[in-house]
Design a protein around this ligand. Structure first.
Ligand SMILES: [Zn+2]
Length: 185
């Protein structure tokens, strides 16, 4: 009886791990690994890049933003637009590095936090801590959680609860709102 229970346990464990890998393609296993990523993102920052702090607020007028950003960036960051799915070259970006805000250079995600969600937008299962504020929006009639950069207020995307374990989060980010800084240029 005991032995049978043990074998059943083994089979379930094997099934469980296969399911885990194929169904969610979870890149990490534990919340401890997530915390390590959140603590160590600076190790993926390029040597010459001067990262601003989230507390150094950047406030500009709409005219100033228009000069600083191109049309697509302005539409997403300042008008909460959404880029067409599958259009961002950052979907395919897999090099080690850091994704910063295209409006103000604040580092938002490290390359370790990115995963392939299949949505056509760069997706992340967690963020660098303290870089986003959120609000609920009702643009598509059902409530969604919008998130924006705490430094410049720029809109980046929406966060959903259908991401991979262990966070279960999917930070669905417009590629034009991001600037990728490879660790090695
Ligand atoms: Zn910003």
């Amino acid at each position: 009886m005991k032995r049978r229970g043990f074998l059943q346990g083994l089979t379930l464990a094997a099934l469980g791990s296969t399911f885990h890998r194929t169904a969610t393609a979870a890149p990490v296993g534990s919340m401890k690994e997530i915390q390590t990523m959140q603590n160590n993102w600076r190790s993926l920052l390029a040597a010459g890049f001067k990262a601003p702090a989230p507390t150094e607020a950047l406030k500009l007028s709409n005219d100033e933003w228009r000069k600083r950003l191109d049309k697509a960036q302005f539409n997403v960051l300042r008008e909460e637009g959404t880029e067409r799915a599958g259009t961002s070259p950052l979907n395919a970006e897999k090099r080690p590095g850091v994704f910063a805000c295209a409006g103000c250079d604040l580092p938002l995600f490290s390359s370790e936090m990115k995963y392939e969600s299949g949505t056509g937008w760069p997706s992340f299962f967690t963020t660098i801590p303290g870089v986003f504020a959120t609000k609920k929006d009702y643009i598509l009639f059902t409530p969604r959680t919008e998130y924006h950069c705490v430094r410049c207020g720029g809109h980046h995307g929406h966060v959903f609860e259908d991401g991979p374990a262990p966070t279960g989060q999917r930070w669905c980010n417009n590629g034009v709102a991001l600037k990728f800084i490879p660790k090695q240029a």
